[in-house]
Design a protein around this ligand. Structure first.
Ligand SMILES: [Fe+2]
Ligand SMILES: [Fe+2]
Length: 185
């Protein structure tokens, strides 16, 4: 069967885009968090996200498709609304987008129509995303405590959660519309 599932390719292209743009946030953190432990963790974290982007790219190619250029993905929608202005805010935003990635991959893995290769990728990434959330959240809380910025942290998390919900709802609506189009095509 050489029919390419365009909808699947598109969904994976969105994942790929979110991974690549997420890596961008980590690059910013690399120049802000100077302690050796953070530098070590950020290096692995960044390697994970770029590997995730590659795994989606490879999966798309294996399905017979090509990665689609995405201009209105999750990170773009977040970026147009959230402009983190401090280290606390960048860390808070990172926690929120990582939590969304985890939730999204877990939800996808539970669908009944997922092929085994894709499910294996989703499981691998889910594991990584859990570690990403854990260490960045710990670092954020530590830093907030040390610098007396707990209130700033709380406010940032709350603000970015609201932005994330909005961006995600938009994406879901888009996906649903797309689903309908594909079926009728
Ligand atoms: Fe990732
Ligand atoms: Fe991640």
């Amino acid at each position: 069967m050489d029919h390419v599932d365009e909808r699947q390719v598109l969904v994976m292209s969105y994942y790929r885009d979110a991974e690549l743009r997420g890596a961008n946030l980590l690059f910013r953190l690399l120049s802000h968090l100077d302690d050796p432990e953070s530098q070590t963790k950020l290096s692995l974290h960044l390697a994970d996200e770029t590997r995730h982007a590659w795994l989606w790219t490879k999966r798309i190619k294996d399905l017979g498709g090509d990665p689609v250029k995405v201009d209105d993905g999750y990170q773009r929608r977040i970026g147009s609304r959230a402009v983190p202005r401090s280290l606390i805010e960048i860390l808070a935003l990172t926690v929120i987008v990582e939590e969304r990635a985890l939730q999204r991959y877990e939800e996808h893995a539970q669908r009944s129509d997922v092929d085994p290769e894709t499910r294996a990728i989703l499981h691998e990434m889910t594991k990584d995303e859990k570690w990403h959330i854990a260490w960045v959240r710990k670092k954020l809380e530590e830093l907030a405590r040390e610098t007396g910025a707990s209130e700033q942290m709380r406010a940032a998390l709350e603000r970015y959660e609201a932005i994330d919900r909005l961006a995600y709802e938009e994406l879901l609506a888009k996906e649903r519309a797309l689903c309908g189009n594909t079926n009728s095509a």
